[in-house]
Design a protein around this ligand. Structure first.
Ligand code: FE
Length: 213
């Protein structure tokens, strides 16, 4: 007689899901098909837009902003005061960062960003948002149990480190300024920017590695 094996069932469940696109992916595909079919936009335009945000804009722009904040105390102060204005020093502007706030990690504070309502994200500086950022699980759990979520990303915070979770809106988006790692004295802005990860600017990564890339 066949017996029920919960581990086996869970494995089959995971396997089935791994072959299905996530809900946001399906919705995007359906929307893309419709706008292309109705002649509202050419699929080449969509490809170019995606390439620009994935390859040229983000998260490299955000990494440069962070690197400069590590090197230039004046810029850091301007960034924390009004990030949307400060990033104009790089020529970075965009509707997604018309109102941008920078929040800094310190030895006793960790910042993490979410959009509980939908998926607001500062794509003018971080490029395309990752799929997990848009998932309902992240959006719900980031505010309910941020330490557990962080732990799943490999960030284990001691009880002495406070966690601040920032809920984005279409009007106000956030970028986390991670701490500059030890062992990077004398590095220039390009070298520093290269070690800044996208997740560290969302807050799901904390301790950056001082390894030249
Ligand atoms: Fe949103």
């Amino acid at each position: 007689m066949a017996t029920f094996n919960s581990d086996k069932a869970a494995e089959i469940h995971r396997h089935l899901h791994s072959h299905l696109p996530s809900d946001p992916a399906l919705r995007v595909k359906a929307l893309e098909s419709l706008v292309v079919e109705r002649g509202l936009v050419a699929s080449e335009t969509i490809d170019r837009w995606v390439e620009a945000y994935a390859e040229h804009i983000g998260p490299k722009r955000g990494a440069r902003v962070v690197a400069r904040s590590w090197l230039d105390a004046g810029f850091r102060a301007r960034l924390l005061e009004n990030a949307a204005e400060a990033i104009k020093e790089f020529g970075f502007e965009g509707s997604a960062t018309g109102h941008l706030r920078a929040v800094e990690n310190t030895s006793d504070t960790h910042n993490m960003v979410v959009c509980t309502l939908c998926s607001c994200y500062p794509f003018s500086v971080l490029g395309m948002s990752p799929a997990w950022y848009k998932s309902s699980a992240y959006r719900a759990r980031a505010v309910r149990e941020p330490r557990s979520v962080l732990s799943e990303f490999g960030v284990d915070l001691g009880p002495d480190i406070a966690v601040r979770v920032w809920d984005s809106t279409a009007e106000l988006r956030y970028i986390v300024i991670p701490q500059r790692p030890e062992g990077t004295d004398g590095w220039d802005e390009d070298a520093l920017a290269a070690i800044v990860t996208r997740n560290s600017m969302i807050g799901t990564d904390r301790d950056l590695k001082a390894e030249a890339v």
